[in-house]
Design a protein around this ligand. Sequence first.
Ligand SMILES: [Zn+2]
Length: 57
Amino acid sequence: MVLEKRAAPVMDEERETCPSCGRRSPVTELLNEGCKECNWMSPRLKKKEILVQQYAT
Ligand SMILES: [Zn+2]
């Protein structure tokens, strides 16, 4: 059995386009860490950050 090169999209890593810069990133990365290219964050992640900031002050 010969394993083919991974030319096709990886099935276990769903990708989404960043709404800000259009970079393709794994959905989980966009949702959990935001975009590494332009620092865009999902609204849910922003909420979490605000909560963290409130706790810090
Ligand atoms: Zn981006």
